[in-house]
Ligand binder design. Structure first.
Ligand code: TYM
Length: 331
């Protein structure tokens, strides 16, 4: 049985990218693996965030987890900040990672570039260290994430290897990432050369489908997605990034290969194709959103899940932290 672990940051409205790259992929692991899924609330602090928004989005994320089919009887669902061990491990392991390694992280480069350089928080720089600690603390084998997080999982793998070789033993489990075959990188509908991202301004962005958007808005955003001037539905991310992105979205929702989707729309015009993409998307998202609304109303139930998840997660985390403290000489 493998330990599978992943998390999502509660930083505002979740997108279709988050859904296809992560939420949707978690529940399939829970029957045959030991699955740990958490709300990465400490990571949400790495960029300035309103405290009320952080608090309420934490409840949104746990509701999305439940709506996606995660069953608290099978999966340990918890809140990152409830397990204090992660912060102790972070304080230890921050000394085993090099500045050069962290400076090379694409996410750091992109996020910090967009900011006033004198106001880039240290936590944004050390983000991958805390993420590695999340992974190590639960002896994780497999980490399901979207493509943009692969680099962080690879770094965690390198850190684990280095630590084990320094202390000559298998003290930290080596993790591997899992990305879905179709949907690991969903692009913006209005600017398909860029990733669909929740940090885009929700009031302005036509390119981002938010999971909380209503049916009409979702349809409108898909129907007005940027395409190109010919009329062939073909997967070619370099020359036809818009159409390729829509093909990816369609194939992901239909659980088919992209080539099969291409074949299906061989003779279709873009209007017909876009309508089919919107239908496929809504067929799955509408019931998902309805379940979300039900769970989201019941904060008492969500608090119970957090409380029991924290207990289960701490039970696994404590001995792992003890093991690492002992190895480095703190115990
Ligand atoms: P976050 O909240 O930024 O992203 C959550 C997940 O959504 C995926 N994702 C996408 N997938 C496909 N297309 C997109 N456009 C898209 N945008 C986002 C991300 O890859 C991610 O899987 N660092 C993590 C949170 C975290 C974590 C961990 C994950 C903290 N500790 C330990 C795994 C293990 C993150 O990026 O969250």
């Amino acid at each position: 049985m493998k330990r599978v672990l992943s998390g999502v940051k509660p930083t505002g409205k979740m997108t279709l990218g988050n859904y296809l790259g992560s939420f949707r992929n978690f529940s399939k692991f829970q029957d045959e693996n030991d699955v740990f899924i958490f709300v990465a609330d400490l990571h949400a602090l790495t960029l300035p965030i309103d405290s009320k928004l952080l608090h309420s989005t934490t409840y949104d994320i746990i509701s999305f987890y439940l709506a996606s089919g995660l069953d608290p009887k099978k999966t340990t669902l918890f809140r990152q900040s409830d397990v204090y061990e992660v912060s102790v491990l972070d304080t230890i392991l921050i000394n085993y990672i090099y500045m050069g390694e962290l400076s090379r992280m694409i996410q750091f480069k992109e996020k910090s570039k967009a900011m006033n350089q004198s106001k880039v928080g240290v936590g944004l720089f050390t983000y991958p260290v805390l993420m590695a600690c999340d992974i190590f603390l639960y002896d994780t084998d497999l980490v399901p994430v979207g493509e943009d997080q692969n680099q962080h999982v690879e770094l965690a793998h390198d850190i684990a290897r280095r630590f084990n070789s320094r202390y000559k033993g298998e003290y930290i489990k080596l993790p591997t990432s899992y990305t879905p075959k179709v949907g690991k990188r969903i692009m913006s509908l209005s600017d398909p050369l860029h990733k669909m991202s929740k940090s885009d301004d929700p009031n302005q962005s036509k390119g981002v489908i938010y999971l909380q958007d209503d049916e009409k808005t979702i349809r409108k955003k898909i129907m007005s997605a940027v395409t190109d001037s010919d009329s062939i539905v073909k997967y070619d991310p370099v020359n036809k990034p818009g159409i390729s992105n829509l093909l990816t979205i369609y194939s992901a929702f239909k659980n088919i290969e992209i080539s099969q989707a291409e074949h299906e729309f061989n003779n279709s015009n873009y209007g017909t194709f876009k309508k089919a993409v919107a239908d496929a998307c809504l067929e799955e998202l509408l019931p998902f959103k309805a379940k979300f609304e039900e769970y989201r109303k019941n904060e008492a139930y969500l608090n119970e899940i957090f409380a029991s998840g924290a207990k289960k997660a701490s039970k696994v985390a404590q001995p792992v932290l003890e093991r690492i403290m002992k190895v480095v000489g703190l115990r």
